[in-house]
Write a protein that binds this ligand. Structure first.
Ligand code: MTE
Ligand code: LUZ
Ligand code: MOS
Length: 748
């Protein structure tokens, strides 16, 4: 079970807003743009400053360093200086005695703009050449000549929507002055990013800025980059006022002003031969990046990497266009561009099946990736379990029988239809930015035998801390109750990558394993010397030391005591970097991933064709987890990701009005799956005999891959719709809300 579960259930877990309040704590609230695009003509702070309890209003003039928070590209100001580019862009920060005063004062700031035209649609941005970066092209083979060999050529357009993260804990931070600098408590997935950008904005060396993350109340990618500004704002206020400052975004404000999963609009052209083999695939992705780069270029790359999903296609040309629009900068979200790419190829296969008048599973099976097939970016598929998982899911859950039963049901019922769909997934594991694939760990064994571990990983509910305990317990052969995971802190573990790309447990797990092994080997050496036995014969089991099956009668705690008196170093630090990965960003070829994760899921739905409402009946999965470090945690990750993926494809609809203002800015208008909507039945089968030499103890990353099984819900629903209206053309526009289903079924 996840280490934090009991505390969460009892409400004892501390998040930023629960930390004990330092003396003289001040509260901050951002003043943000109310328009999507315009020039700032005049700002009048007078009325706001007159409110009793307002301490200071911080503007760009108060920044000692750079007014710049951009990561990949430095194109984002902390406070808008002369122009605003999206509704919600911060312009100033009110600091007051309490949060109510801060918020009220922010409402009294007067501002005059000269409004400029706003672009919301990515294709419009493209036409106007408003791009974040030049177009990216990944290709292999020769599509032109391949298309001439095709019996079937099918073209189409696919749109997928944004997705709001709805982490339970909203964005927030608290900063306190220290003797030499400051300490920031932040709800971030990337403590080092917070430290680095604070250092840039405050013009302070990084060693004067300590960032601490106790845990975060969910991130889902939304705090990979976008936790930074709030932390930097608190730090800036501390720097100015030398008093502690806290800033927590209320839910509605968080929803309005932070970025989401990128909406995409895409065009595809797919070519197949007589037998249904895909010979060529051409696809163009228009990514709606929002008003600044944020992580968009990296997200776009992952779309291009995953545009063929689990299928082998010999000739590919995939173009990615990151379009600059006047929306809050969109950002990382579980899957990181992968889902958007996979949705398009799946749509292309479905349309092809319709044109060819064959079952889509036939095309899927025919084109599944096999061992040693080469991806369009040059890497070959190793230990490829795509076919294994697909066959297993068909067999285990009797796909053929279910399809027949559903067909029978659909023949017998006019107004209620059922749909079924198999969704395969292949997801590359590693940051595609190679240098990010590193982590470290610091392990202390205390004199009573208890263990404290610090790593670069941030616990956000995904159970990474529990996995670190699993690893340390295995190496030391001690009970997990002896192992504590400390907060993630930049003074204990430095230069960290974000806990992201599902790599948290892999990278930090390897580092933790190495650090524990360093200590273990020192203990073995000590025993070998003391007892005059051979190092190689010594091993540990259940908190006891053995030599050649003989118990030496030195229990773990006693051993540690003795080692301490013998002045053995009981602490270790270790660093881990993924070996043999590289990627050439000019040629767009290389071996970017340590390995791939595979699996397949069958989704079944029931559709009320009169009302357009539907139920997700079941999701049944065979997934390659490798050798799971913690099956319960991994199962939870798979279930959570699937429900989140279904939400993205079905009910979660982010709507901006024509002026770039978010309309769906509360949980009453933005619906996420609840217990009633979640599948009635979920079965997660762990692929047998799975192994993975590139994960700690043969495990595999699990955080993101299962999200994409959710795409199956879209096509299962579409199949149910087709049973109702066999000859109607249905679009590939997600989310497929109840409303949209109703309109599609009954419109002319
Ligand atoms: N699970 C929970 N409960 N909360 C989260 O915020 N984030 C997801 C996934 N699972 C998340 C989660 C995302 S986007 C990623 S990248 C991974 O967890 C990160 O953790 P890992 O690398 O340790 O798997
Ligand atoms: N973040 C990132 C990610 O910076 N690079 C990645 O490749 C990635 N992949 C998934 C999620 N976050
Ligand atoms: Mo996850 S999108 O890599 O934080």
């Amino acid at each position: 079970m996840n280490y934090d579960s009991i505390k969460h259930v009892r409400g004892e877990s501390k998040f930023i807003d629960d930390l004990s309040t330092p003396d003289g704590l001040l509260h901050a609230f951002p003043f943000c743009s109310s328009i999507a695009h315009g020039k700032i003509l005049k700002i009048d702070l007078d009325d706001a400053l007159k409110i009793d309890g307002v301490v200071k209003i911080i503007t760009k003039e108060d920044i000692p360093g750079e007014n710049q928070i951009g990561g990949i590209i430095q194109d984002e100001e902390l406070f808008a200086s002369s122009e605003v580019h999206f509704v919600g862009q911060p312009i100033a920060l009110v600091v007051a005695k309490n949060k109510f005063i801060a918020r009220k004062a922010a409402q009294l700031i007067k501002i005059d703009y000269k409004e400029l035209p706003a672009i919301i649609d990515p294709r419009e941005a493209f036409v106007k050449n408003n791009l974040i970066i030049p177009p990216r092209i990944f290709s292999c083979g020769n599509i032109e000549s391949a298309f001439t060999q095709c019996k079937y050529i099918v073209e189409g357009r696919v749109d997928s929507g944004a997705q709001e993260h709805i982490y339970l804990e909203t964005q927030g931070a608290m900063a306190v002055p220290t003797e030499n600098g400051l300490k920031i408590f932040s709800s971030t997935q990337s403590p080092t990013q917070v430290q680095r950008i604070t250092s840039r904005v405050l013009n302070l060396p990084m060693n004067k800025i300590e960032v601490d993350v106790p845990r975060i109340g969910g991130g889902f990618g939304g705090k990979e980059d976008q936790a930074t500004p709030w932390a930097v704002m608190c730090a800036l206020a501390v720097n100015k006022l030398r008093a502690p400052v806290k800033l927590i975004l209320p839910r509605q404000v968080d929803m309005r002003i932070t970025g989401k999963r990128h909406p995409y609009s895409s065009d595809f052209k797919i070519g197949l031969n007589e037998d249904g083999k895909i010979l060529a695939y051409e696809v163009t992705f228009f990514q709606n990046a929002g008003a600044a780069a944020d992580l968009s270029p990296a997200v776009l790359d992952r779309t291009l990497f995953h545009c063929t999903n689990s299928y082998f296609i010999p000739n590919v040309k995939a173009t990615g266009i990151s379009c600059k629009t006047n929306l809050p900068p969109n950002t990382a979200f579980r899957g990181f561009g992968g889902p958007q790419g996979m949705f398009v190829i799946e749509a292309a296969l479905n349309k092809s099946a319709e044109v060819m008048n064959v079952d889509v599973t036939l095309l899927q099976r025919k084109n599944l990736l096999k061992e040693n097939d080469t991806f369009h970016y040059g890497q070959t598929a190793e230990r490829c379990s795509a076919v294994k998982c697909f066959s297993k899911v068909e067999e285990k859950f009797q796909l053929q029988k279910r399809v027949e039963e559903i067909n029978q049901f659909n023949r017998e019922n006019y107004l209620v239809k059922k749909g079924i769909y198999v969704m395969p997934v292949c997801f590359g594991i590693s940051f595609t930015t190679t240098f990010l694939n590193q982590a470290s760990a610091l392990v202390h064994v205390y004199t009573d035998g208890s263990v404290g571990i610090s790593t670069a990983a941030v616990e956000m509910g995904q159970g990474v801390n529990e996995k670190m305990r699993d690893i340390a317990a295995k190496i030391f052969s001690i009970d997990k109750s002896k192992i504590k995971i400390e907060s993630t802190n930049t003074t204990r573990v430095a230069n960290t990558s974000a806990t992201a790309a599902s790599k948290g447990a892999d990278l930090n797990g390897f580092a933790t394993k190495s650090a524990c092994e360093l200590i273990l080997n020192r203990l073995k050496e000590f025993i070998a010397q003391e007892m005059k036995i051979s190092f190689d014969e010594i091993y540990f089991r259940d908190e006891e030391v053995y030599s050649n099956e003989k118990k030496l009668n030195i229990p773990w705690s006693e051993l540690i005591q003795r080692a301490y008196f013998a002045r053995i170093n009981l602490s270790a630090h270790a660093h881990h970097a993924t070996k043999d990965i590289f990627f050439d960003k000019e040629k767009n070829k290389g071996k970017p991933f340590a390995y791939h994760s595979y699996g397949s899921a069958i989704t079944e739905v029931t559709l009320d064709c009169l009302r357009g409402t539907y139920l997700i009946e079941s999701v049944k999965v065979v997934h390659d987890f490798g050798k799971s470090l913690n099956p319960l945690v991994d199962k939870g990750q798979a279930e959570g990701a699937i429900v989140q993926g279904i939400g993205w494809m079905t009910m979660e609809e982010v709507i901006y009005n024509g002026k770039g203002k978010l309309v769906t800015d509360a949980l009453s208008t933005y619906k996420i799956p609840d217990i009633h909507f979640a599948p009635n039945e979920m079965e997660i089968v762990f692929l047998e005999d799975a192994e993975n030499p590139y994960g700690p103890f043969q495990s595999k990353a699990i955080g993101e891959p299962p999200l994409m099984y959710g795409i199956g819900a879209f096509f299962a629903l579409r199949n149910a719709m087709k049973s109702f209206h066999p000859n109607k053309q249905f679009d590939f526009i997600a989310p497929l809300t109840h409303e949209k289903v109703l309109m599609a079924l009954h419109s002319k």
